[in-house]
Write a protein that binds this ligand. Structure first.
Ligand code: FAD
Ligand code: NAG
Ligand code: NAG
Ligand code: NAG
Length: 570
């Protein structure tokens, strides 16, 4: 198998690039191809959920993403006809603050073309370059490998030039229109709104202030939107969203401009050339399974949703983080290939529930006649959400959890573990917000205010929780507790398990007996609070590479017990 590539990634959109980056960071050799001859342009999926920002931070790309990001603009709707008198000004999301354990507030906007560029820049540091103009055309599998046939594409057409790539695993990240799903024989069921359609595009507009996300609506027919892309600039992302109205012919520059001018009455607006313009049919579909043999589908290749709720990128990136850490362990022969099936088990219920939530939002995207925009804020109006207000907190994805998963272990709070698996699966997406509990399977929260041995202040996401290793966090009140755990550290493979010892007070020099643990003082108690650590007790929280709590246990043997679920040998 020496000449066999470990992983081939087919498709270099958001999912493929994130998967590539995590695998590259894990030291796994990959190739990533894309049928397109050059990177796609267009803002497309521009809304990034705060949970995604957290994952970007652990990936080490968040600082670069932020440089190209803007805040989600305030929305403003105008009276028709006329189109200039504001009738309502509001925010898309109810203002959410930031907390020590949730450092990112309301999410950000970044054009997908920018986001993908950041990922490509980071990949380059690992010597990985996207191979453009190479499309997957067929897949054959045997027990040990996948053979993918790759065709060279030129001028948008498949040429007769082909290459066969043998790999141990294949990730199909080729998007909604990709072929991997079909080649693997997966079904793609759900709903298409046949009577509806949308047109999206990026264009410079003279005469429109970049201070708002502008909205003109004709109830029950369409909504026209213009979202400022660059602060203080002229570039806008425009959308024409129909309801029982399918604007197929409007994916044409002249027609789109004419329609917008006609319908908004804003004859004063001057449009320049569109840098991107595309027709889009609202689809809400998902595959029946995420894995076939040694091939996996990830991102839009596995599920497409209405753009409402901006879950596409967010969920795609979660898929990618989910499968990659497991693949990396298997390829290093540290975990059994059977762990790969948990990708399907863990993602399927979450995506199914997310689809239901975004479909519901979609229904509310175009205002109904009773929901005519009214002056000023009104609670009732917001609840109906007809005017693009997203109140559904699960959209922020904090609730996504794997409490139901067979590969998590909860030993601290067994009373809270529901014996009813169906019930826990049903809450995989919405979660347990406000239940005041933190159990194995939940999102691992952030904790700032940690002081290193050399006195620097630090936090978990930036420096410690990474997509390339498990993190064992040992919370102890005394040196004895710490010692009892660190005696076992030799069992946890250093390359894929990091150890943090988090104490209230600094331990003495002679009490820090470890060749590898990092000792941190929880100066403001944020870590103890976020992880629900009781003062006197020994608590061990194991965080998975994907940023979820794998285990909450009371002693080192508990941690061993968890690791036996993951690793071949411990
Ligand atoms: C108009 C529009 C607006 C959207 N708005 C939002 C939003 O606000 N928020 C949000 O989260 N999401 C939004 N989305 C969805 C978002 O763009 C997708 O969820 C996201 O791009 C999924 O990433 P992906 O990597 O799975 O797929 P894609 O980004 O589609 O990438 C797939 C890649 O695979 C390549 N490919 C295709 N076939 C092959 C092949 N045979 N071999 C090799 N490569 C292939 C393609 O060229 C492409 O580069 C929007 C999408 C559209 C179209
Ligand atoms: C991700 O979530 C944010 C909201 O938190 C949303 O605005 C954004 O559109 C989503 N992104 C995508 C690509 O769906
Ligand atoms: C714009 O309005 C004019 C005049 O009513 C009409 O002829 C034209 O078809 C309209 N264009 C579009 C794209 O709706
Ligand atoms: C899989 O892993 C990712 C990130 O590591 C996480 O965000 C996601 O929620 C996990 N689970 C599911 C079902 O996506």
């Amino acid at each position: 198998m020496a000449d066999v590539l470990p992983v081939l990634i087919a498709g270099a959109g958001g999912s493929g690039l994130v998967a590539a980056l995590i695998l590259a960071q894990s030291g796994i050799k990959i190739r990533i191809i894309d049928k397109a001859e050059k990177p796609h342009c267009g803002s497309r999926g521009f809304g990034i959920q705060p949970r995604t920002c957290e994952l970007f931070q652990t990936l080490g790309v968040q600082d670069d993403v932020e440089k190209r990001a803007t805040a989600i603009p305030t929305m403003r709707a105008y009276k028709l006809p006329g189109g200039t008198i504001p009738v309502k000004t509001w925010t898309l999301y109810p203002e959410t603050g930031t907390w020590p354990d949730r450092p990112f507030g309301n999410g950000i906007c970044v054009s997908q073309e920018e986001l993908e560029d950041v990922m490509r820049q980071h990949l380059k540091q690992y010597g990985v370059v996207v191979e453009y103009g190479k499309g997957l055309v067929s897949i054959e599998q045997d027990a040990d490998s996948v053979v993918s046939t790759i065709a060279t594409f030129a001028n948008g057409k498949e040429t007769s030039e082909q290459e066969k790539i043998r790999s141990q695993y294949l990730l199909g990240t080729d998007g909604a229109k990709g072929v991997s799903r079909k080649l693997l024989g997966l079904t793609f069921q759900g709903e298409t709104r046949d009577t509806d359609g949308m047109v999206w595009g990026d264009v410079e507009i003279d005469g429109l202030t970049p201070d708002y996300w502008h909205v003109w609506g004709n109830p029950e027919v369409f909504t026209i939107m213009a979202r400022p892309i660059t602060p203080g600039g002229k570039k806008f992302g425009i959308g024409i969203i129909g309801k029982n109205f399918d604007p197929t012919d409007l994916a044409d520059e002249a027609k789109a401009k004419e329609f917008i001018t006609n319908q908004t009455g804003r004859t004063d607006l001057k449009f320049s050339k569109f840098s991107w313009l595309s027709y889009f049919k609202p689809n809400m579909r998902m595959v029946n399974k995420f894995q076939e043999g040694r091939a996996f589908v990830v991102g839009d290749a596995a599920h497409v949703h209405s753009p409402t709720g901006a879950q596409g990128i967010n969920c795609s990136i979660q898929d990618a983080t989910n499968i990659t850490w497991k693949l990396a362990l298997v390829l290093k022969d540290l975990a059994s290939p059977s762990i790969l099936s948990t990708y399907n088990d863990e993602r399927l219920p979450i995506i199914a529930q997310m689809l239901r939530a975004t479909s519901q939002l979609y229904t509310h995207l175009v205002a109904t006649p009773e929901e005519k925009p009214i002056e000023g804020p009104s609670k009732d109006d917001d609840r109906k959400s007809g005017w693009l207000r997203w109140r559904n907190s699960p959209l922020q994805l904090y609730g996504v959890n794997y409490r139901f998963s067979d590969i998590v272990l909860e030993k601290r709070d067994p009373a809270h573990v529901s014996a009813d698996k169906e019930e826990t699966v049903a809450r995989a997406y919405a979660g347990y917000e406000a239940s005041g509990s933190l159990l194995a399977g939940d999102r691992a929260p952030e904790a700032p205010g940690l002081i290193t041995a050399t006195g620097e202040e630090t936090c978990l996401f930036k420096n410690y929780l990474k997509p390339v290793h498990h993190t064992v966090m040992v919370f102890a009140s005394d040196a004895e507790g710490v010692g009892s755990v660190l005696e076992q550290e030799g069992k946890w493979l250093e390359s894929v398990v990091k150890i943090l010892v988090i104490t209230k007070k600094k331990l003495g020099e002679g009490e820090m007996n470890s060749g590898r643990a990092i000792f941190l003082v929880d100066s403001k108690s944020h870590a103890a609070d976020a992880y629900h650590v009781e003062k006197e007790a020994l608590n061990i929280v194991v965080v998975r590479p994907d940023g979820y709590v794998g285990a909450v246990v009371k002693d080192a043997e508990g941690a061993n017990c968890y690791f036996r679920k993951i690793f071949r040998v411990i």
